[in-house]
Design a protein around this ligand. Structure first.
Ligand SMILES: *Cc1c(COP(=O)(O)O)cnc(C)c1O
Length: 388
C-alpha cells in the first residue's frame, strides 16, 4: 500500500495481493487453514521465516487486509481483529495486565465494559477505580502504586461527555500508565488517539465501521510492541474475526469517511433543531455551542459524531411516547447504522445500573439516545415531531 496516500485513500485502495484472476474487488477466503509446497517450506513458516499464512485463528488474507486499512486510518503500526468489540476490550486488559494490577477508568463506559471491570476482572485480582471523564485534575487522586492502565472512551455513552485526549496522554506519560482508548463512537475519521500517545486503541467495528448493522467485529490497534503481546494472547485464546466479517467490514471502510461526514452533518442539524422544540429540556451534542466542552470538541474532533442524546421535560412517559410514536426511526439498542435508531438508556442498556449510578453518568428517565442514520433529514424530523 502506498504510504504517502491520505488515510481515506489507503482505506479504499488497500487490498490484498490479487489472485491469478486479476479481480478488482477482494475475494473472500473462507478457509480455516493454508497449505505448503513442502516439508521445509512448512518448517520455515512455523519458524516465522516466510510470512506465509498458517491458520485462520492466527490470520487470514481478508482479516489482514482489514487490519492494514484500519491501521492506515488510525495511524498505528499493527493490529489484531476479533469476533466482536467486547472481545477486543477484554483482550486489551487480559493481554496487558496481570493479577494485582489496577485500572483507572473514566466513568460512563460502554455497559459491557462496565460489567468486565465490576464482575469479570476482579475474579483474577484486577481492580479498578472510576474517575470523572470531564475533570482531568481529579484523576491523580485515583492513582495507586499498582495502577497500570488508563481506560477511556470519548465521547461517552450516552451522555456524550468528552475526555481530553491530550490531558489523558500526559497523565499516562507522567504516571507510567498504558493508555487505552475505545474509539468506537468517534471513529478515526473524527479523532486519532494515537496522535495523543495512546498505546492501544479498541473498536467495536460492529458500529460505524460496518455502518450497516450486518456483522459483529472488533479491532485492537497500536504499536508493534504492544500488539506483539496482544497478538500472542489472542492467537492462543481464539477470539479471531471470521474471514466473512472481515470481508464485509473491509469493504465498509472504503466508505467510512463519506458516511461519517453525512452522519455528523445530520446529527448536528438535528441537535440544533431539537434545542428549539417544545418539551425538549436539554440536548447533548459535542459540536453544539451549548455543550460544556464545546471548545475541547472543536480542538479534538473533526466533527461531533453520529450520536445525539436529548432529555424530555416529561420524563419517562414523554421519552417512551416519543419512541413509541416513531414510524421511521427504529427501536433498537444498536448504533452506527444507516438507519436512525432510538434507545431509552434508563430502561434498556443501562437498566442494570442503580438509580444513583445512572444519575452519576447523567442518565435521566427522560433521556433518549439517537443514532443518526443517513435518511433524509426532513423525514427524521417529521418522525420525531410525531412524538414530541
Ligand atoms: C458496541 C460497543 C462495544 C462492544 O462491541 P460489540 O461489537 O457489540 O461487542 C464496545 N464499546 C463501545 C463504545 C460500543 O459502542
Amino acid at each position: 500500500m502506498e504510504n504517502d496516500w491520505q488515510p481515506e485513500t489507503r482505506a479504499i485502495r488497500g487490498q490484498m495481493d490479487k489472485t491469478a484472476y486479476g479481480e478488482h474487488s477482494a475475494p473472500l477466503f473462507l478457509t480455516s487453514s493454508f497449505t505448503f509446497g513442502g516439508a521445509e517450506e512448512m518448517a520455515a513458516t512455523f519458524r516465522g521465516e516466510t510470512g506465509q499464512i498458517i491458520y485462520s485463528r492466527y490470520n487470514n488474507p481478508n482479516v489482514d487486509e482489514l487490519i492494514e486499512k484500519a491501521c492506515a486510518l488510525e495511524g498505528t503500526a499493527a493490529g489484531f481483529a476479533t469476533a466482536s468489540g467486547m472481545a477486543a476490550v477484554f483482550a486489551s486488559v487480559a493481554a496487558l495486565l496481570q493479577q494485582g494490577d489496577h485500572i483507572i477508568a473514566t466513568r460512563a463506559l460502554f455497559g459491557s465494559t462496565h460489567q468486565l471491570l465490576t464482575s469479570v476482572f476482579p475474579k483474577w485480582g484486577i481492580t479498578f477505580s472510576y474517575v470523572e471523564p470531564d475533570d482531568p485534575d481529579s484523576w491523580a487522586a485515583a492513582l495507586q502504586p499498582n495502577s497500570r492502565m488508563f481506560l477511556t472512551e470519548t465521547p461517552s455513552n450516552p451522555g456524550l461527555k468528552l475526555v481530553d485526549l491530550a490531558a489523558a496522554g500526559e497523565f499516562c506519560q507522567t504516571n507510567g500508565l498504558l493508555f487505552v482508548v475505545d474509539n468506537c463512537f468517534a471513529t478515526p475519521c473524527l479523532q486519532r488517539p494515537a496522535d495523543y500517545g495512546a498505546d492501544l486503541i479498541t473498536h467495536s467495528a460492529t458500529k460505524w465501521m460496518d455502518g450497516q448493522g450486518r456483522v459483529l467485529g472488533g479491532l485492537l490497534l497500536g504499536s508493534a510492541e504492544v500488539l506483539e503481546r496482544v497478538t500472542f494472547f489472542c492467537r492462543h485464546t481464539g477470539p479471531a474475526m471470521a474471514p466473512f466479517n472481515a470481508w464485509i467490514i473491509s469493504k465498509s471502510l472504503e466508505t467510512l469517511h463519506v458516511r461519517m461526514e453525512a452522519h455528523c452533518r445530520s446529527a448536528l442539524a438535528l441537535a440544533a433543531w431539537l434545542q428549539g422544540q417544545a418539551g425538549v429540556a436539554a440536548v447533548h451534542y459535542p459540536f453544539l455551542p451549548s455543550h460544556p466542552q464545546y471548545a475541547l470538541a472543536q480542538r479534538q474532533m473533526k466533527a461531533g459524531g453520529g450520536l445525539v442524546s436529548f432529555e424530555l421535560a416529561g420524563g419517562l412517559t414523554a421519552a417512551q411516547r416519543l419512541i413509541d410514536s416513531a414510524l421511521l426511526c427504529t427501536r433498537s439498542s444498536n448504533l452506527g447504522d444507516t438507519r436512525t435508531i432510538l434507545t431509552h438508556p434508563a430502561t434498556t442498556t443501562h437498566a442494570k445500573l442503580s438509580p444513583e449510578e445512572r444519575a452519576a453518568v447523567g442518565i435521566s428517565d427522560g433521556l433518549v439516545r439517537m443514532s443518526v442514520g443517513l435518511e433524509a433529514l426532513a423525514d427524521i424530523q417529521a418522525d420525531l415531531l410525531r412524538g414530541l
